[in-house]
Design a protein around this ligand. Sequence first.
Ligand code: ADP
Ligand code: MG
Length: 704
Amino acid sequence: MPEPTPSSGHVTPLNEQALTSLHGVGPALEQKLNRIGLYSVQDLLFHLPLRYQDRTRVQPMGSLRVGEQVVVEGTIELTEIGFGRRRMLLCHISDGTGALLLRFFHFSNAQKEALARGTRLRCFGEVRAGKKFLEMVHPEYKRLSADEVASVEETLTPLYPTTEGVHQLKMRDLVQQALQRLLQHPDALSECLPDEIRTQYRLSALADAVRVLHQPTADISLSALQQGQHPAQQRLAFEELLAHYLSLRQLRIRMQSHTAQALHQQPPRWEAFQGNLAFTLTTAQQRVIDEILRDIQQTVPMMRLVQGDVGSGKTIVAAAAALAAIDSGFQVALMAPTEILAEQHLQNFRAWLEPLGIQVVWLSGKLKVQARRQALEQIASGQAQLVIGTHALFQDDVSFTRLALVIIDEQHRFGVHQRLALREKGSIDGAVAHQLIMTATPIPRTLAMTAYADLDVSVIDELPPGRIPVTTVVIPDNRRDEVLQRVMSACRQGSQAYWVCTLIEESESLQCQAASDTAELLQQALPDLHVGLVHGRLKSEQKEAVMSAFKGAEIDLLVATTVIEVGVDVPNANLMIIENAERLGLSQLHQLRGRVGRGGKESSCVLIYQGKLSQMARARLAAMRDSNDGFVIAQRDLELRGPGEVLGTRQTGVVQMRIADIVRDQALMPSVHIVAEKLLHTCPQVVPVLVQRWLGQNIHYGKV
Ligand code: ADP
Ligand code: MG
């Protein structure tokens, strides 16, 4: 990057000014700054404080509150050595309004001498509650001479996120230099939002917002700042959300410039297909199918996300879409995140589509060489009309001849990258495949619009009739006997139950071991019952045998690892026990619980936890107990964990925001959308500037 050229008429934009152009930044420091996403002088301006300290005023000791970080001034009344668990220096000071105890665990003799009775001190630290007095532990302090009037800071003191080897003070200095540059050349930071938009949405000028946040004056509300509600923060959050949204919109526009095969709207074999089903479609399913069919008869590639709670019946919707493509003479690929789920789909789709004479082919990573070769041939020749599998579907040696529709189940496990790779995979003669994505992670609409602005969203907002909500209880491990009783009496009455073993260990073999140990113990404790076992280490045939024995009610109690999380469907099972439930995430718990409550009977779920619950775990288990609604649970999950984790897109950087918080700032989204469309139409030249500014290094996924 070129050095700035302050004297010439032309001003180098701050995003083109290298960090090394600042005083005190060499290549080594530059590298460290790169590590936390700082590449230019402009990046420093957007590197906002995590917190602030108020050193702008001296607080009377009589008005201190626990937890506050404050400046106080007082006179030493007494300094003594205390002996608690450790030797320490205790220094009592007071200012006429109140008193405070300073506590030092590390101190030198000289320090002790200097803190003699009568000395005036200025201290900064956090106020804590002690046994008798309010305290500060290891405050920063400075001795004042008898009549000295020490100055205070004029602005709140920012605390920046830093990285190893970059001190807080260094960071502060660098940001100050960046602000200085901005002050000298206001034009070096481009304001992307036109005046009329800023007026309409009450957004301050970018440069002003940046300055305020790095140097808030003493009259600014610290609590508004801490909560991200200050107008200056909202101004930047707005712009950041705008940039993210625009980048996805661009992706969508680019995608829509491709063509796709126009497929039949109403598949010829539709009547036959529907006639074979054991149930009638819900209104919501029918509506979503119509939305899909409308999309795929266009020559613009469909990019539709179907959201629906666990058990809402997404699979049949996917089957309807597949049928439309196949009836139009094309191939369909269906990808699931796990082998078990893919197998479950295979069974379902075979049952639905093979009677219509449709060829369904299986492709998983575990196929033997011979079988794999055969599958690949069928795919390449077009004989395979529907191909079902895991990631293996999209390896290089898999080539389709007439792929027109790609279906991805449980989208949240795939990132944007994979989504894009699939789009490319589908292209035939310049036409790309339609894409249908199904997810059981329901997220609030405004959030979906941000995270999936490149997709259309359909929601199956209705469960098939006759579902009775599952009753959930939370029980400590030491009341296991009660749980055993419960299992026994349920099974005696002809019900079946799941016992899910979970371990946090990554190792699959440890998990399987734990499950088989549990199965053995349970069989001993419940000798009348038939106890079965299923885990990921079993061969496919073994797994199938156990699952069909459970389906056929030959097994009363099925002990399983979390492999049954998705796809498993046994309506007579109406009791689920989940061990170590405190270790699982909300969406996983919700998925697991979704295995019961599928028949017409009352169902229940027992969450067993071990030891003392953390606050977070307690909140998760309470959320499960209080609701069966996937949307409610997902909202809670968002609040507890934040969007990056929930959407599983942390790696992709899509929802990783610097200032905005897509949960906290949801209310901004409607205006963000309007402004985005305005900019795209009226001043498209600012779009790349915004995207570059906020997504910078993360936009490699934008290259489709
Ligand atoms: P999801 O994938 O959305 O969690 P599934 O597609 O696995 O749900 O469907 C859950 C269960 O509901 C399956 O047993 C399925 O056969 C059944 N099902 C789906 N749609 C209906 C419907 N309209 N009426 C009754 N049962 C349905
Ligand atoms: Mg499903």
